[in-house]
Write a protein that binds this ligand. Structure first.
Ligand code: C5P
Length: 227
């Protein structure tokens, strides 16, 4: 079987990572969650006081970028790589609603994007990779053999994210989660550098009414046609 690159893009909480992990496990490919990388940079900015609800010191973050080391370390129990920021496992910390509320602002910064895109390209140089994010099919791997663009209604997505956060014990309201999803959609689609847009050669999947298995089977068929 031919090794390919699979790019999965789309709006927040469309189930990109669930699909990407399923595919990677099934195909024996590497899975890379690029959102985790933007989240880890955001956590770094929060920890150092460069971003909070009142202000964002973009310039200092840009100057500090060489001090940020991001790694994925495979966790065999979970079956995927966990995010490490400067040697520390931050997998749980990067998923809070607080990080979610700042991440799109950090992801607007071109210098941040350039650094992460470079690392992502390097990770994909041998193919056999499933990468999810917002700009994978358009910027990171414009030559990917398979590009998926996932969509679902904002309320469907907010409900999913809300259920996940509540299951983890986070005290959030549905309205707060919906507002965050809508705000990120807005910033992600309107930013100057690498806005979220469907690649011309991507296959769009609206999964508002698909379960995980139906979605997986659909995409696996596409993979099998190519490989
Ligand atoms: O995928 P996830 O929802 O965890 O991504 C968090 C945020 O990171 C997105 O809302 C977006 O602002 C940013 N992001 C990005 N480009 C990517 C992946 C994520 O700008 N490739």
């Amino acid at each position: 079987n031919k090794k390919i690159t699979i790019a999965i893009d789309g709006f927040s909480s469309t189930g990109k990572s669930t699909l990407a992990k399923q595919l990677a496990n099934h195909l024996g490919y590497i899975y890379v969650d690029t959102g985790a990388m933007y989240r880890a940079v955001t956590l770094f900015a929060m920890q150092n006081g460069y971003i909070n609800a009142e202000s964002f010191d973009k310039q200092t973050l840009i100057t500090s970028l060489p001090n940020i080391k991001l790694q994925f370390k495979f966790n065999a129990d979970l079956g995927f790589g966990e995010m490490y920021l400067n040697g520390v496992n931050v997998e749980t910390e990067i998923r809070t609603i607080e990080v979610s509320s700042f991440v799109s602002k950090v992801a607007e910064v071109s210098e941040v994007r350039a650094k992460l895109v470079e690392q992502q390209k390097e990770m994909g140089k041998d193919k056999a990779i499933v990468m999810d994010g917002r700009d994978i099919g358009t910027v990171v791997f414009p030559d990917a053999e398979l590009k998926i663009f996932m969509t679902a209604s904002a309320t469907t997505r907010a409900q999913r994210r809300y259920d996940e956060l509540v299951a983890k014990g986070d005290a959030v309201t549905f309205e707060e989660v919906l507002k965050n999803v809508e705000e990120r959609d807005y910033i992600d689609t309107h930013r100057k550098d690498s806005p979220l847009v469907m690649a011309e050669d991507a296959m769009e999947i609206d999964n508002s009414h698909l379960n995980r298995k139906e979605q997986f089977d659909l995409v696996l068929e596409l993979v099998n046609e190519i490989t």
